[in-house]
Design a protein around this ligand. Structure first.
Ligand SMILES: [Zn+2]
Length: 481
């Protein structure tokens, strides 16, 4: 539907000879935007993203009110229906739900999800002002450009464009802009689900979680769509003993016991476990890689190959390692208060990320076996929801894949399990199939700017992403009645 202009010219000439073709072409024109229209909406799309980035929604403190007002004004201008929601306990937290209503009430909506808050940015470390968007060499710089105000704009522009066309879909499409994702807060998507499920209840959710990468796998462009995510289990490791003077140490004091336990924890190699989503990703990527490496990836779940090559594959990157096993990161050590005092309590915190099928309690028991010291207590601080893997055999996934491949013909589109968490987890715990991808193709170096410095999105990526969102929504929600 987005052929270059000369193709249109060719088709038009042919159509002179054939009235049937004229009708077909008219239909095609009706259901898609021509290339020149994309060019025409480029300036509008870019300036909207710049305005959006300029609204500082850093979390903490996570005040998104200005963003909600700004989006509301934009939707008003285009007569698109929406509602806003204020969290009473914390009125800085607001959400916005917009929609284009479908005529078939038997179909549940497609929900496009984005978060308005961003992580804070250290202005000194950036080469530009993170909260004053700037364009350098056709690349837009600013906090949230990738995560995820850029995708918010792709979704909003899609609604605006479809509204302009007078589109009447069969299936309702909704855009939900939420607060508080960056702290996985109580008052974000979770609050909307708990308080307004009747307004959401989607068939599918399209969220962030994956991205298109040029160089995460050597020689293959991969669009990884998150269908599952690791679960966060946060625990404290606590040891209590008697205190004492630093000049007279004794065996079994709190810091000594804790240090021994932590030493065992950080050197623990958890077993490799390749779940269905990761296996599917390796299979799809493996088909694009020649030679032995491709063969190993394709067949990594073969017990023999897993035994001999599993650890080697895990070592290829920290991200791959995180996909293949439960991981434990020692993130906080907090023991003692004076250099000459042996403290009575020693404490550390672990950020544990579990594979979707791993039971939390069972994992804590395994951890206790590794520590093998009854003086060490494990206290859970945050226990995750049950894991869920979305189906990649859905209509949504196949249309999304086709639309990505329409623009990026050489790329592999694959389901994958994200090592990090997103708001999808709350929808997945309600049994909804969620798909996480920001539809842009970038380098690893660009991915590092998410939550890092000099976050950016190229205008080309912004426009291509918008096209993918637009085309996918139009086909998934269907019809032109
Ligand atoms: Zn995000």
């Amino acid at each position: 539907m987005f052929k270059k202009p000369h193709i249109w010219g060719f088709l038009l000439r042919k159509s002179m000879q054939n009235s049937f073709l004229i009708i077909v072409i008219l239909l095609i024109f009706q259901i898609g935007i021509s290339s020149s229209s994309w060019e025409g909406s480029r300036d509008e799309t870019v300036s909207l993203l710049k305005e959006y980035i300029d609204i500082n929604t850093s979390n903490p403190p996570g005040d998104v009110r200005k963003a909600v007002w700004w989006i509301g004004k934009l939707l008003d201008k285009h007569s698109i229906d929406y509602q806003t929601f204020t969290v009473e306990e914390d009125p800085m937290r607001m959400h916005l739900l917009a929609e284009i209503k479908g005529y078939n009430n038997n179909l549940k909506p497609l929900l496009l999800l984005n978060h308005m808050d961003v992580v804070p940015a250290d202005k000194q470390a950036w080469s530009v002002d993170p909260f004053k968007a700037s364009v350098v060499d056709s690349v837009i710089y600013g906090r949230g450009s990738l995560d995820m105000k850029g995708m918010g704009i792709m979704q909003l522009m899609t609604l605006i464009q479809l509204k302009k066309e007078g589109w009447k879909p069969e299936r309702t499409v909704k855009v939900l802009c939420v607060a508080d994702e960056e702290v996985l807060g109580e008052y974000g998507a979770k609050w909307m689900i708990e308080n307004h499920w009747d307004l959401l209840d989607p068939e599918w959710v399209w969220d962030e979680g994956g991205i298109g990468s040029k160089d995460s796998f050597p020689g293959v462009e991969v669009f990884a769509v998150a269908v599952a995510q690791k679960k966060s289990l946060w625990v404290d490791v606590i040891v209590k003993s008697i205190s004492g003077h630093g000049s007279r140490p004794f065996d079994g004091h709190s810091n000594q016991v804790l240090a021994n336990a932590l030493s065992k924890i950080v050197s623990w190699k958890t077993p490799i476990d390749i779940n269905v989503a990761t296996n599917e990703m390796f299979k799809r990527v493996g088909f694009k890689i020649k030679g032995l490496n491709g063969f190993i990836l394709r067949n990594i779940n073969n017990p023999l190959l897993k035994y001999f090559f599993g650890s080697k594959v895990a070592k290829s990157s920290v991200s791959v390692n995180a996909m293949l096993r439960n991981t434990v990161s020692l993130t906080i050590m907090d023991s003692g208060y004076k250099v000459n005092v042996i403290p009575e309590i020693a404490k550390a915190s672990l950020d544990i990320r579990l594979l979707p099928s791993q039971d939390s309690e069972e994992f804590i028991n395994q951890l206790k076996v590794v520590i093998n010291d009854s003086r060490v207590q494990i206290v859970p601080k945050r226990v995750p929801e049950q894991g869920y893997i979305s189906s990649w055999e859905s209509t949504f996934f196949s249309i999304l894949s086709e639309e990505i491949n329409h623009l990026y013909r050489q790329s592999v589109v694959t389901p994958f399990m994200s090592p990090g968490g997103t708001d999808s987890q709350y929808f997945q715990s309600k049994g909804v199939d969620c798909y996480g991808i920001i539809p842009v193709l970038v380098h690893e170096a660009d991915i590092q700017t998410i939550h890092g410095i000099n976050e950016r999105i190229s205008i080309q990526n912004l426009m291509n992403g918008y096209r993918i969102v637009y085309n996918t929504v139009k086909r998934v929600c269907g019809s032109n009645k």
